[in-house]
Design a protein around this ligand. Structure first.
Ligand SMILES: C[S@@+](CC[C@H](N)C(=O)[O-])C[C@H]1O[C@@H](n2cnc3c(N)ncnc32)[C@H](O)[C@@H]1O
Length: 262
């Protein structure tokens, strides 16, 4: 345990999972998300940030859960179509029903690389995946596609001459207009062979304190315009191939799409 004091609140101890050099006074998207999903890797500043988000957008937690539910259904759907490789960018922590667990249920040989630009998330993810030979986490920034596509650890596990599903779930909102999100999405599509898929989820609203705005169905469709968006199209996360056994109210706060490269 490390003794440290946050600038705004006194804390006696930080848990062992916190790598040295992490600034606990700055909120972090991965940890806020982990808190929203009921995880265990967050600080007081992250929880405070989430409370502000929920005050501004009372449905924020439902929107987060809707996207997590979509993740599971989309990965199962892709696995059912023979996809065995997954590149999950802006992955957050691979806990709570994440991609490798769902993919592995379909085929134990499925391979998954998680990419996040937050070093704490990557360190923590590596620890969680320690005993997973077919899943790993690497540090990378969605805004620099080549660095991800040519990352040695990505290429060690994923074979881009075979279909890959590239997941960008609840991450494109962190890529503002000047960073050209459309070009980034297109680049990942170009890098994949026919039979590959791009999977996108996007909050519609802007949450407080974030630099990037939410996006409309039209904007998401435009990002995927080189590919064929599969049925049912760009729809609320809850409405994409809903689980017939779960009675979920439609949640319009997050839009999703799955697109196939032909
Ligand atoms: C809201 S969380 C979503 C996590 C997960 N994809 C999900 O849907 O449950 C957003 C994640 O994207 C990461 N992130 C934000 N900007 C990024 C970027 N430019 N490149 C890679 N990851 C990024 C954050 O660190 C965080 O872990």
């Amino acid at each position: 345990m490390t003794q440290r004091t946050e600038w705004w609140i006194s804390v006696s101890e930080l848990p062992d999972w916190v790598p040295s050099g992490v600034d606990v006074s700055v909120p972090n998207a991965a940890r806020i998300h982990d808190y929203a999903l009921g995880g265990h890797h967050h600080f007081a500043i992250d929880r405070e940030h989430w409370r502000l988000a929920e005050t501004a957008v009372p449905d924020a937690r439902l929107i987060t859960y809707a996207q997590r539910g979509f993740l599971g259904r989309a990965v199962r759907w892709l696995a059912g179509r023979g996809v065995r490789q997954f590149l999950d960018i802006g992955s957050g922590l691979p806990t709570l029903g994440n991609v490798h667990e769902v993919a592995r249920d379909a085929d134990p040989a499925a391979r998954v690389v998680y990419v996040d630009n937050d070093p704490v998330t990557v360190v923590q993810s590596r620890a969680l995946l320690e005993h997973e030979p077919r899943a790993r986490a690497v540090e990378g920034d969605l805004r620099r596609p080549e660095d991800i596509l040519y990352h040695p650890e990505v290429l060690e596990l994923l074979d881009f001459s075979e279909p890959v599903a590239v997941l960008m779930l609840d991450v494109l909102r962190f890529v503002a207009g000047p960073d050209r999100p459309g070009e980034i999405v297109r680049r990942f599509g170009e890098a994949c062979v026919s039979g590959s898929y791009l999977v996108v989820s996007h909050t519609v609203l802007r949450l407080p304190g974030e630099s990037a705005a939410g996006r409309t169905a039209g904007e998401i469709t435009a990002m995927l315009d080189d590919l064929a968006i599969v049925d049912p199209g760009v729809v609320p996360a809850t409405d994409w191939h809903p689980d017939p056994l779960i009675d979920e109210t439609s949640q319009p706060g997050a839009l999703v799409a799955v697109a196939r490269k032909s």
